[in-house]
Design a protein around this ligand. Structure first.
Ligand SMILES: Cc1cc2nc3c(=O)[nH]c(=O)nc-3n(C[C@H](O)[C@H](O)[C@H](O)COP(=O)(O)OP(=O)(O)OC[C@H]3O[C@@H](n4cnc5c(N)ncnc54)[C@H](O)[C@@H]3O)c2cc1C
Length: 330
């Protein structure tokens, strides 16, 4: 077994951010535990010639490139067969896959083929110095505890990782020629693409928003006012699950453990209590501004700015103020 950490690179017409986040985190872990990890290796399956320099910039020491026409479009069975061959040849000790739709589909099949364990949906990763074991942490029991899982008998130690939990970072690593791997593809795709219909473009994208104005049950009867404020701040609206469960907002904008993980520059939490399942998805925001009538609300434990106010009264005033500022700037 090598001491390499593999990162699966997901590509759907361009390299996905989640893969770059994983490369960066793997490189950071390596630099803290140099005796336990040798190389961060980006495993890139593609059918096209693509610029791979971004993989090095974001933390890869080496790139294994598998190029084959059968690798597009993505097909679980073909990808799992190819990855099994690569992993059996290079024997990495750790293998990370993004917790995207593709990653969640691919990782279990790969781990079953390799007869190793898989920790799904992790939010924290590190190495235990004494043993060299990979510690994979994820929320458990409805998010009420964080469970740290080890895979101490089998390798690679595999995990899928939630999007946006780790930050992309730029490194100054040498750009080397990729290692080319020629796969033997024996399985046939039984999928025939008859017609491609692009997914309708989402109106909102809280994942990349710099400012999120988020509302919870405390503002359920004036939730729509949040979009007026978000518009003036060039931000997006987010919601707690309480709001989504009441069908006031769509699941796409739910922040938290079973929603989306976000890390904006500013996160406004209006009428949100701060349950752990919510904060798990936003506690890495740079600045958290919480508005709540209850001074003991747990959201104040993580807020940078806490306002004990009635958000229903404050939000219309804030919107008015922003309207005036915006009008005078025109
Ligand atoms: C397995 C599991 C997964 C979950 N996943 C998620 C998830 O992804 N995201 C998520 O959000 N939740 C999730 N939850 C639910 C979570 O536990 C909480 O129930 C939920 O976050 C509560 O939403 P809330 O803060 O809007 O409502 P509440 O907890 O009811 O809080 C409302 C808050 O508004 C305040 N308030 C009331 N009136 C006003 C006012 N006028 N002005 C200002 N403040 C006011 C109150 O003081 C209170 O703090 C999950 C739960 C489980 C079990």
């Amino acid at each position: 077994m090598s001491k390499d950490c593999f990162v699966f690179i997901e590509d759907n017409s361009d390299i996905k951010d989640i893969s770059l986040q994983l490369l960066s985190e793997a490189q950071r872990i390596k630099q803290q535990h140099l005796s336990h990890i040798d190389n961060i290796v980006a495993l890139y399956l593609t059918s096209e010639d693509t610029d791979i320099s971004t993989l090095y910039t974001h933390g890869a020491d080496r790139v294994i490139l598998v190029k084959n026409d059968l690798l597009s479009p993505y097909h679980t069975v073909i990808y799992a067969e190819v990855i099994e061959q690569v992993v059996k040849k290079y024997n990495p000790s750790i293998f990370l896959i993004g917790g995207s739709i593709t990653g969640r589909d691919l990782a279990p099949r790969v781990s079953a083929k390799l007869q190793t364990g898989l920790t799904a949906d992790t939010t924290h990763l590190t190495i235990e110095d004494e043993t060299g074991l990979f510690l994979m942490t994820r929320p458990a029991f409805g998010g009420n505890i964080n469970a740290t899982i080890v895979c101490n008998e089998k390798t690679p130690q595999m995990a899928t990782v939630r999007n946006n939990v780790f930050e992309k970072q730029e490194f100054n690593l040498p750009i080397l020629d990729p290692i080319i791997f020629e796969p033997i593809i024996t399985v046939k795709s039984e999928i025939k693409i008859i017609k491609e219909t692009p997914k309708p473009k989402q109106d909102t994208n809280i994942t990349s928003a710099k400012i999120i104005v988020s509302g919870g049950r405390g503002v359920s009867d004036c939730f729509e006012s949040l979009s007026g404020i978000a518009k003036y701040l060039d931000g997006e609206v987010g919601a707690s699950r309480a709001i989504v469960d009441q069908h006031i907002a769509s699941k796409e904008i739910q922040v938290g453990q079973t929603g989306t993980t976000v890390r904006p520059v500013i996160y406004f939490a209006c009428g949100i209590s701060g349950a752990i399942q919510h904060t798990a998805g936003m506690d890495k925001s740079e600045l958290i501004i919480a508005l709540n009538t209850d001074s003991n609300a747990p959201i104040f434990d993580i807020a940078d700015v806490g306002l004990v106010v009635d958000a229903k009264k404050v939000l219309p005033l804030l919107q008015k103020r922003l309207e005036i500022v915006n009008a005078s700037a025109l």
